[in-house]
Design a binder for this molecule. Structure first.
Ligand SMILES: NC(=O)c1ccc[n+]([C@@H]2O[C@H](COP(=O)([O-])OP(=O)(O)OC[C@H]3O[C@@H](n4cnc5c(N)ncnc54)[C@H](O)[C@@H]3O)[C@@H](O)[C@H]2O)c1
Length: 464
């Protein structure tokens, strides 16, 4: 297992190339192309690039493998010298020590795993020079596994697994070992239900949103005893991961942190994407920092104790994700649903990790209305209820059917002050009149809406 790396910006593939390594036939090119599209990064397939520059690979091999490897090393070096990209490397590329060094310095390398029979079935009909004899092929497969494992920072079998790995997100399993000492920040209610999965001094925080008040941060800054090489471990829902991540971003000017979210909302949304923050007397999440956790472990066994209302709040984000991705993720078994939602968000986050290019805006589908309802009700409406209603408004304004939201989330109009909600909507940080709508499920658009249409849509969510 790769060691968890230090604090930002070294986390995963955030500011590095995402390199796919592994045996021929593993699917590196197909996965790479999809991951590049989802992360809005350039895609380089080094075999295709060699052929473009130097001619067909079987012909190059006829001139001798060393000559081919020399050209391959050059092509990989050039790909890794460019802007952060997704780079699919030929199966033998990592045999070069120089390539391995370059990967270590400039890339997060994911080994795409495959079993030898599948790899052989996929390649034996091709003209690949090293896929002519099954026995030789499988011997080479066995020989190469060591170098892939030693070079990869993580492994995956599909595009979702690759983007998750690229942000240090794993489905269940043990918490990866951290360098240095560990301090645990945990929701006090969750502590009565579950043991934190790591050892270390425990600092409890109030359950829910109250954890994000300034006095809690002050206490954590004072009580935590870690050096710069220490790691903060967050254990609880989105409120706990938000405050713990914020403390990690600011304590000693930044220490590493690991998140184990215990709510559905935390697992599909809040713990993913590096946004940390607390509330101020002027509003929610008004002080914060981008500070990506070095690892996030999504373990659905914690969800067994989650109250129904909290589960519904998470389902609102699941439905949002499915509307954005165009996949009926809510129909999947729970672990696959969580994985698909987390991977969708991870892909969007990787396309714009620090929200400089506006690509993360789509994640606000339904949230402009939700924030307005929360604020207009003086925060008596829960976030989950508000997001469900916000999705309803977004679908109506998009001219799409609302059945999914009605059936899965059963939103009901809520009590809120109409003028206060409207004022909050106008103030919303996405800017005047800018909303996320859908051309169809899977095709979000960021667009403007005339004030009267937006106000009508908002009022339809408020009880008469
Ligand atoms: N940083 C981000 O990108 C991001 C994204 C979305 C939401 N958020 C934030 O997340 C917060 C909401 O997080 P949340 O919905 O996860 O809830 P939460 O952390 O506020 O917890 C809600 C309640 O569930 C309880 N709980 C948590 N885990 C439990 C478990 N396994 N069993 C039983 N009870 C459990 C808590 O004690 C609490 O009472 C908000 O503050 C929101 O702003 C942040």
């Amino acid at each position: 297992m790769a060691l968890v790396r230090g604090a930002d910006p070294l986390v995963g593939a955030l500011e590095k190339h995402l390199a796919l390594i592994g045996f021929m036939g593993a699917g590196k090119s197909t996965i790479g192309r999809e991951v590049a599209e989802r992360t809005a990064r350039p895609f380089v397939d080094t075999d295709a690039e060699i052929e473009r520059l130097h001619g067909p690979i079987p012909e190059l091999f006829e001139r001798g493998e060393p000559e081919f490897r020399r050209l391959e090393e050059q092509v990989v070096a050039e790909a890794l010298a460019g802007p952060p990209s997704v780079v699919a490397l030929g199966g033998g590329a990592v045999l070069s020590e120089k390539t391995r060094e370059r990967l270590c310095a400039h890339a997060f390398a994911v080994q795409v795993e495959v079993d030898p029979d599948t790899a052989w079935a996929r390649t034996s009909e091709s003209d690949r020079p090293l896929a002519r004899d099954e026995g030789d092929f499988k011997r080479l497969f066995a020989e190469r596994q060591g170098v892939y494992a030693a070079t990869g920072d993580a492994s995956a079998t599909d595009a979702d697994g690759t983007v998750l790995a690229a942000l240090g997100i794993r489905m269940g399993g043990p918490v990866p070992p951290a360098e240095g000492a560990l301090a645990v920040v945990a929701d006090q209610h969750v502590l009565t239900l579950h043991e934190p999965p790591v050892e270390g001094p425990v600092h409890s925080v109030p359950a829910g949103e109250r954890a994000k008040e300034h006095d809690v941060v002050e206490r954590l800054w004072n009580d935590i005893e870690l050096g710069r090489d220490g790691t903060l471990f967050a254990f609880g829902g989105g409120s706990t991961t938000d405050v713990a991540g914020f403390v990690a971003a600011t304590y000693l000017r930044g220490v590493s942190w690991i998140a184990v979210p215990t709510t559905l909302l935390g697992q599909v949304d809040a713990a993913i994407g590096g946004k940390t923050g607390i509330d101020t007397s002027r509003g929610k999440n008004l002080a914060g920092a981008f500070h990506f956790p070095t690892a996030v472990v999504l373990d659905r066994t914690y969800l067994a104790t989650l109250p129904e209302a909290e589960r519904r709040a998470g389902m609102a984000e699941v439905v949002k994700t499915g509307l954005l991705s165009g996949e009926k993720v809510w129909e999947l078994p729970e672990d696959e649903m969580i994985r698909a939602c987390a991977a969708f968000k991870a892909g969007v986050v990787l396309s714009d990790p620090f929200e400089r290019e506006g690509r993360r805006t789509i994640l606000n589908l339904g949230h402009t209305f939700a924030h307005a309802l929360e604020s207009g009700s003086g925060y008596t409406v829960s976030h989950g209820e508000a997001v469900a209603l916000g999705l309803l408004a977004a679908l109506r304004l998009s001219g799409l059917g609302t059945e999914v939201v009605e059936e899965l989330l059963r939103p009901e109009p809520v009590s809120a002050d109409r003028d206060a909600a409207w004022a909050a909507l106008k103030r919303d940080k996405k800017g005047e009149g800018v909303f996320v709508l859908l051309e169809e499920p899977g095709s979000p658009v960021v667009t403007t809406i005339p004030d009267d249409a937006a106000r009508d849509a908002l009022e339809a969510l408020i009880r008469k």
